[in-house]
Design a protein around this ligand. Structure first.
Ligand SMILES: NC(=O)C1=CN([C@@H]2O[C@H](COP(=O)(O)OP(=O)(O)OC[C@H]3O[C@@H](n4cnc5c(N)ncnc54)[C@H](OP(=O)(O)O)[C@@H]3O)[C@@H](O)[C@H]2O)C=CC1
Ligand SMILES: CC(C)(CO)C(=O)C(=O)O
Length: 314
């Protein structure tokens, strides 16, 4: 008997949600979206998505909902790809669409961002994802995929179970690399080594690209120092990183064209930034494990000042 087409609901249909939504659509899933501010445009034109590597990824979702409450039947997968911000209760946001068998998928940056979702839905499979992709919004329901695309997924708190394998098969069929890791939290720390250092520094430097950061006098050494502090925290939290990771990451970053990470883009566009999810949670882990992170601490303080300035002075 043929299997039924899996239904995926994307909550947070911005750059990441529309890109992986397009890939899932190509992979054979029935993709629906929740869009609070662009529903009409998506209904009229679909998502207009251009990929430098994959060509035209434009697609029309099977259904467009303005609110999660409007979703009548629980989907097989809810893929959450909103920014992880202090004032947003992500569990409450998706609750109306989560049925007893729904697999919850997170494609979001940050450390320890699974915990509130796992606590709210302890009986649902939770798949956590790390997106190595450069995609940004270019207009209403429009995005440009500039490079990469690999999505590393795994079940939370650990394991590589059936839910992750089913999702990986869909994304692979859609044309991206989607390895399943049995130790996703370690992978999250590995990604945080880059994000916790580069994202806030790009903001402090006024929305700087990777190249601007690394070309500044002492830039490379400073970034290695920050990344090493993240590695120290990761090790204390039970996720040791390879010794050469910071230096190797600089080499990899050097090979990329000048690049604005997602926090730099948020800063430049006056949008809220994921400072707590990406850096604050690393600082808190350092405190709880007694690890000294003086450089990260300074970067955190200054980024918070900047965030306050944007919030209060515009
Ligand atoms: N962009 C990238 O290249 C990468 C991003 N990431 C991570 O992926 C995650 C998503 O980032 P990205 O896609 O860039 O972010 P975007 O800002 O492009 O998209 C976020 C989406 O979430 C929606 N949203 C926010 N709050 C709500 C809400 N309460 N109800 C309904 N919808 C909501 C926004 O809608 P609205 O337009 O109405 O605000 C928007 O469509 C982040 O954690 C980011 O760090 C990771 C790797 C790379
Ligand atoms: C890894 C990177 C830089 C994009 O893939 C990212 O996570 C971001 O933009 O925040």
């Amino acid at each position: 008997m043929p299997e039924t087409t899996p239904r995926v609901l994307i909550v947070g249909a911005g750059a990441i949600g529309s890109f992986y939504g397009a890939i899932l659509h190509r992979g054979g899933a029935q993709v629906e979206v929740v869009s609070r501010s662009e529903a009409d445009v998506i209904r009229d034109h679909g998502f207009r998505l251009h990929s430098r590597d994959m060509g035209d990824l434009t697609f029309r979702p099977a259904a467009v909902h303005e609110r999660v409450e409007d979703v009548a039947e629980a989907p097989d997968f809810v893929l959450l790809s909103v920014k992880v911000l202090d004032d947003l209760d992500r569990a409450a946001l998706i609750r109306p669409a989560v049925g007893p068998k729904t697999v919850i998928v997170l494609v979001e940056n940050g450390i320890d961002i699974e915990r509130p979702i796992h606590e709210a839905f302890p009986d649902n499979p939770l798949v956590s994802g790390l997106a190595f992709v450069a995609v940004s919004r270019t207009g209403k329901a429009q995005a440009e995929h500039k490079a990469y695309g690999r999505l590393v997924i795994g079940e939370y708190p650990s394991g590589a179970g059936n839910a992750a394998e089913r999702l990986s098969a869909l994304l692979t069929a859609g044309g991206i690399e989607c390895p399943v890791s049995g130790n996703l939290v370690t992978e999250r720390w590995r990604k945080a080594v880059w994000n916790a250092a580069f994202n806030p520094v790009s903001v402090i430097a006024g929305g700087a690209t990777t190249t601007t950061i690394l070309d500044a006098p002492g830039g490379e050494d400073f970034m290695v120092t920050l990344m090493q502090e993240v590695c120290d925290v990761a090790a204390a939290a039970g996720h040791p990183m390879p010794e050469e990771l910071p230096v190797k990451s600089i080499g990899g970053t050097r090979k990329m064209p000048p690049y604005h990470n997602s926090m730099a883009l948020d800063y430049l566009n006056g949008r809220p930034m994921e400072v707590e999810a990406i850096l604050g949670n690393v600082i808190r882990a350092a405190e709880s494990h007694g690890v000294d992170v003086p450089h990260l601490e300074s970067v955190y303080r200054v980024t918070k000042m900047l965030q306050n300035r944007v919030a209060t002075e515009g």
